[in-house]
Design a protein around this ligand. Structure first.
Ligand code: SF4
Length: 238
């Protein structure tokens, strides 16, 4: 068991699991462990982790629990994987705890990726800790309940781009939506862009990749996948 200093900070956690690989983004296939934090500031139609935030369908008292930063840190440092992915929900809602967690992981030599929807700017302290940010802005198809002013925050996207630590990852259903990605790229200086299909079955993911391939290539983006879905469908804890 690793020993870590107490921060006094507690975080609301949905689940954590190791013994897997990063399923999305530039580190696809890299052995990783995951800490999934509860709570989100968006309400995306088609969200694949609604149990982290949707109180109309889930009881968050059963779906989440509180853990201290040092408990999470000790758990992560006991996992054999070098890469720790902090996902959600929206992890940046818990900025203080997240920063302390990332600082501890980085001090111990672990690589850290934070999966974020890109609507909350990272604090200078979090950026200085040196995680990678996998930023996934939500396109218009994520629901009429989310106008652009809620899901696209220009100053925040520019702030992520300016860190030099961000990769932008878009979930797209139709090839035509890649033009929406290109508009955001041009407006906010986004770089390191990948486009991946929606889908919770291997068949849907593969069909989406085939449908998107030409448009993604024409824009010079990276075609992403959902490796965990290809291997395990929508099984939780994978
Ligand atoms: S930002 Fe992510 S976790 Fe939050 S509602 Fe949208 S898809 Fe779900």
């Amino acid at each position: 068991m690793s020993t870590v200093q107490s921060t006094g900070l507690r975080m609301r956690v949905s689940e954590k699991f190791g013994g897997t690989v990063q399923g999305e983004g530039a580190s696809t296939g890299v052995p990783a462990c995951f800490i999934r934090l509860a709570l989100c500031n968006l309400i995306c139609a088609g969200c694949d982790t609604p149990y982290t935030w949707d109180t109309s369908r889930f009881d968050l008292r059963e779906e989440s629990y509180f853990a201290s930063v040092e408990e999470l840190l000790a758990w992560a440092l006991d996992q054999p994987e070098d890469l720790v992915v902090v996902s959600g929900g929206e992890p940046l809602l818990q900025m203080a705890g997240l920063t302390a967690l990332v600082q501890g992981l980085r001090a111990a030599g672990r690589a850290v990726e934070i999966e974020t929807n890109g609507t909350i700017a990272p604090s200078p302290e979090l950026v200085a800790a040196g995680p990678r940010f996998n930023v996934s802005p939500k396109l218009s198809r994520f629901g009429a309940a989310m106008p652009q002013t809620r899901r696209i925050i220009p100053d925040v996207l520019r702030a992520f781009a300016a860190t030099g630590l961000a990769r932008f990852k878009f979930v797209v259903c139709e090839p035509g939506e890649v033009a929406e990605v290109a508009a955001l790229e041009a407006a906010y200086g986004l770089t390191n862009i990948s486009v991946m299909p929606e889908g919770t079955t291997p068949e849907a993911v593969l069909a989406g990749m085939r449908a998107l391939e030409v448009a993604v290539r024409e824009h010079g983006y990276r075609l992403g996948t959902r490796l965990h879905v290809l291997m395990w469908g929508d099984e939780r804890g994978r």
